[in-house]
Design a protein around this ligand. Structure first.
Ligand SMILES: [Zn+2]
Length: 335
């Protein structure tokens, strides 16, 4: 994909806000209004807020002047500062209406997510002691997020008018259940959050399904959702994509084709690993990533489960269970 040295369209600035996460800095986009708009903001950290303030000053603006905060999804690096900025500026907060509880009731929802993740890891073969350690880590990490009141619940297909721009809000579940992208059809511009990134392939994290607010065992099938979302985005007329991390890029169709093909290749590889008999998703992750399947158990489990969902959807794999652990077997290969 080509970065555009010429930079972003007039009236849009990329503010690169530091995060303590492996992904590196997160992009916040300042869009001239009215309403003066910030898309995403950074994690709930004093150092991130200080840097965001400095970047706004460089752009000749102050936090207090912001009028609208659009949050692309509820992950900590994007939503964390929203509440604090809204409080200081009085800006309205816009977020996918169907998922507003994830932001408004952030702490309780994050706790439910963590409990869901722990149960999922145990069911898919991660050792109890590892799950316990990861639960403690997750509880410490929670503070990088914070709640915010949603003033403008967004519906899929809604339009935001910002200055001369008309941005259509499109729900694109996959990376999270709540991802939205903003499409400016006239400018052929897409603000994509983490739905589509130029330099990193977005992971499709397993999460509670949106219609399971109580935190039952039902999980979303994130990779299947994500592939549908990618195909929908592929249809959009877009010249330039502004993602949640990294520089802007073009040629979104070639990139999406590559992402889809990579997923299919990985699914084929996982299917081959089931030739010798059924295995748990965690055992598969361990043979792909070794030690990382333990330190990053949830991420790697999500990755494997997503691809197993894909294989199951194609009738190539089915689930069985042994001693309370879910095993996947290659259909027609016995086991
Ligand atoms: Zn992110």
């Amino acid at each position: 994909m080509s970065d555009r040295p010429a930079g972003l369209p007039a009236g849009i600035r990329r503010l690169t806000v530091p995060t303590p996460f492996a992904v590196g800095p997160v992009n916040a986009y300042l869009i001239d209004g009215p309403p003066l708009t910030l898309v995403d903001g950074g994690p709930n950290l004093a150092s991130s807020l200080t840097e965001l303030e400095r970047l706004l000053r460089d752009a000749g603006r102050r936090v207090e002047e912001l009028e609208l905060l659009v949050v692309t999804h509820h992950h900590m690096d994007h939503v964390g500062l929203t509440g604090a900025i809204a409080e200081r500026s009085g800006a309205e907060v816009a977020f996918l209406g169907a998922a507003r509880r994830l932001v408004e009731d952030y702490a309780a929802e994050a706790e439910r997510d963590d409990a869901f993740a722990a149960a999922l890891m145990r069911r898919h073969g991660v050792e109890a002691s590892v799950v316990k350690a990861l639960e403690a880590t997750a509880a410490r990490m929670r503070w990088f997020g914070a709640p915010a009141a949603v003033d403008r619940p967004l519906a899929d297909g809604a339009t935001l008018e910002i200055g001369e721009r008309r941005l259509r809000v499109l729900h694109r579940p996959g990376h999270s259940v709540a991802d939205v992208v903003l499409h400016d059809a006239d400018a052929k511009l897409l603000i994509a959050g983490d739905h589509l990134l130029g330099r990193i392939s977005s992971n499709a994290l397993v999460a509670r399904a949106l219609d399971q607010p109580a935190g039952g065992p039902e999980r979303a099938r994130p990779l299947l959702d994500y592939r549908r979302s990618l195909r929908a985005t592929r249809e959009l007329d877009v010249d330039l994509v502004l993602g949640g991390h990294g520089p802007a890029f073009g040629d979104h169709r070639a990139l999406i084709d590559r992402r889809l093909a990579d997923q299919e290749r990985r699914a084929t590889r996982i299917l081959a690993m089931l030739r010798d008999g059924p295995a748990s998703a965690h055992a598969i992750a361990a043979s792909i990533w070794g030690e990382v399947a333990i330190t990053q158990a949830y991420l790697t489990l999500s990755e494997v489960l997503g691809h197993l969902d894909l294989l199951e959807d194609e009738g190539l794999v089915r689930e069985t269970a042994r001693d309370g652990v879910v095993l996947f077997e290659h259909v027609g290969r016995g086991g």
